[in-house]
Design a protein around this ligand. Sequence first.
Ligand SMILES: Nc1ncnc2c1ncn2[C@@H]1O[C@H](COP(=O)(O)OP(=O)(O)OP(=O)(O)O)[C@@H](O)[C@H]1O
Length: 235
Amino acid sequence: MIEFKDAAVVAPDSGVPILEPTSLRLTERHISIIGANGGGKSTLVRLINGLVLPSEGSVEVEGLDVARHGPKVRRIVGFLFTDPSAQLIMPTAIEDVMLSLRRTIDKKDERADAALAALEEIGLGDRADVSVNALSGGQRQLLALAGVLAVTPRILIADEPTTLLDLRWRAHVGSLLRSLPVQLIEVTHDLDSAARAERTLVIDDGGVAFDGSPIEAVAFYRDLMFGRVSRRPSA
Ligand SMILES: Nc1ncnc2c1ncn2[C@@H]1O[C@H](COP(=O)(O)OP(=O)(O)OP(=O)(O)O)[C@@H](O)[C@H]1O
């Protein structure tokens, strides 16, 4: 379970508020997060694995305060970025997954076997020794996902994981993410994908503007974008 307890974020340099004090209990298996650019979606999900720390309040994952137990929390919470280049470091696919496993498996040959198994599971078994640069954008996103999943997180945060992908890869990566045996928190601008979650948060102007059923959330978001509703009561 993920719990936000009045967690707020201000910009470190300017002190400008980025996320207002927010309280949430996130228990559903698949939660989508939508909202306009710059609303605070990435900030909200980064609080869950300690990439951003709250300026006030706290965030807990399975009862662990993220600010105090970062390394433990990051073994529970995997994070997939929009651009796989942000998390692919090694020259070949298998070496990259082996790097993810460096803290969990000591022996190199066992690490290689586990990395190959992780690649096979995700459909990249035949690409193991291929240069990361020779992979397509979709294959690179799958490789980043293989590295995250190799360490068996129970929660997966995916921050716009399909934004850079074409329609076919978007469908493939999207359905793969939804089939994983993890709690999936997905930030997305793809409203069809958002609507497949069990619960959807609309984030706007540094706060939760709507929290509830995906169909209603998507309708609210459209109304918000086209000025038919306003998040804040008018002055
Ligand atoms: N470290 C920081 N210092 C100053 N401002 C920041 C910092 N991090 C985020 N912001 C600002 O906070 C706001 C929310 O950013 P965030 O990336 O969380 O939004 P987002 O909803 O994920 O946007 P997008 O859909 O464009 O990715 C933006 O205006 C951003 O410029």
